[in-house]
Design a protein around this ligand. Structure first.
Ligand SMILES: N[C@@H](CCC(=O)N[C@@H](CS)C(=O)NCC(=O)O)C(=O)O
Length: 239
């Protein structure tokens, strides 16, 4: 039994803590492990969705409907008390946070070659890229539509929103000029950083940024869209 996180109602906490519930939810009748990804279209969960598809592993994808605020409902909070996607249910419990989920996928399916698992420096370089996307770029993007997380004052929210194009452009200037190695994010080999960059680069136009300023990132985005795993996930999201 783990400690009850602050604010989580006792009933909900008891449900979250029922590991047997999650284990049975992700084990097929034959006893083989089945991963279950909770996702929503247009969100950062796309990165984990593509990475899972790239491995060729069996998984179930469960859509959370943001238009019905399903991420805030008790049923989903029992899966992820943070009320966000993605969440990946495994046979050992539920994982949240995109870098952790992507790394878990890469390590669980080493034959897919999605991370330099035997090279500490290269692996740390990869972690550095994932962390930047998660803790800086995604957060800069969130100030446009989720300003209420940081301020109640509507003028302050508008001011944060107005800053988003500049902040996103600054982040992508750094990625374009220094962080993106090419042809893939980390160099010659496709890794979990690629679907993550593809996902967040897909938000540029919506954030008021012209992606043609970043030709290497844009070329990567176009190349990524051609990959069978990416096309398959995008088609599934449209249905
Ligand atoms: N740090 C988390 C962020 C997760 C996150 O903020 N997800 C957004 C979609 S991109 C979400 O679920 N938002 C729902 C909400 O704010 O109600 C990660 O990288 O997985």
């Amino acid at each position: 039994m783990i400690a009850r996180p602050g604010g989580l109602p006792p009933d909900l906490f008891r449900l979250v803590n029922r590991c047997d519930f999650f284990s049975s939810a992700v084990r097929s009748a034959g006893g083989t492990m089945m991963l279950k990804l909770y996702y929503a279209p247009g969100t950062c969960s796309l990165a984990s969705h593509i990475a899972l598809e790239e491995t060729g592993a069996a998984y179930e994808a469960q859509r959370i409907d943001f238009s019905k605020a399903e991420q805030t409902k008790p049923e989903y909070l029992a899966v992820n008390p943070k009320g966000r996607v993605p969440a990946l249910v495994t046979d050992r419990g539920t994982l949240t946070e995109t870098p952790a989920i992507l790394t878990y996928i890469a390590q669980s399916f080493p034959e897919a070659g999605l991370a330099p698992l035997d090279d500490p420096f290269e692996f740390a370089r990869l972690q550095s890229f994932l962390s930047y996307l998660c803790s800086t770029v995604h957060v800069a993007h969130a100030h446009a539509r989720r300003g209420a997380r940081w301020a109640d004052d509507s003028a302050a929210q508008e001011a944060m929103k107005a800053k988003v194009p500049q902040n996103m452009a600054d982040c992508f200037s750094l990625i374009e000029s220094l962080m993106f190695t090419g042809p893939f994010v980390m160099g010659e080999t496709y890794t979990i950083a690629d679907p993550y960059l593809f996902t967040i680069a897909g938000w540029l136009e919506g954030d008021g940024v012209d992606p043609s300023q970043f030709p290497r990132v844009l070329d990567h985005r176009n190349q990524m869209a051609e990959r069978p795993a990416v096309a398959k996930v995008l088609t599934a999201l449209e249905s």
